[in-house]
Design a protein around this ligand. Structure first.
Ligand code: NI
Length: 164
């Protein structure tokens, strides 16, 4: 396995929309394994392929502390949303920044797994938020894009002046 290079905001590649995966083969499995390794070493709970310059609809998630609840999403699609939830979000592509974001509380999604098998998943609270955050990445969206323009500009200023 290898560690992949994570893109940081405001890299334009983060705005690119990912393509559907047409065939799940060894190359895709290697990408997934590398993404998990990259996510764990970066202390994240989710990573989208877009963040490591791979233009494919692939997401890895593990919200457990023990790193033993791996979730792989390939070509995920949310088919139902209910309720609203606000959680403080952060992102490996925007280090040291966090902000509350409004999302759907519960979701049902369809996705392919590591082996290419279609499955359906119901998620709520942290897992639901994490999945929605990562699917946003596949659509070229960051969590700060979901904030008010004034908050987004405020964060942009912090990043421009202090961190990079
Ligand atoms: Ni993120």
């Amino acid at each position: 396995m290898s560690i992949l290079k994570i893109l940081y905001f405001p890299n334009k590649l983060l705005k690119k929309k990912a393509s559907l995966v047409s065939k799940i083969d060894r190359d895709i499995n290697k990408i997934i394994n590398d993404m998990f390794e990259t996510m764990y070493i970066s202390k994240g709970i989710g990573l989208a392929a877009t963040q490591v310059s791979i233009n494919k609809c692939i997401i890895v998630i593990d919200i457990s502390k023990k790193h033993n609840q791996q979730l792989v999403l390939i070509n995920p699609k949310i088919i139902k949303r209910t309720g609203k939830i606000i959680m403080e979000e952060s992102c490996l592509s925007i280090p040291n920044i966090s902000a509350p974001v409004i999302r759907s509380e519960k979701i049902i999604l369809q996705s392919l797994n590591y082996y290419g098998k279609l499955f359906e998943l119901q998620a709520e609270s942290l897992l639901s938020v994490c999945i929605q955050h990562e699917i946003d990445h596949l659509n070229g969206l960051l969590f700060i894009d979901r904030l008010s323009l004034s908050k987004k500009n405020y964060i942009r200023n912090i990043i421009n002046h202090n961190l990079y």
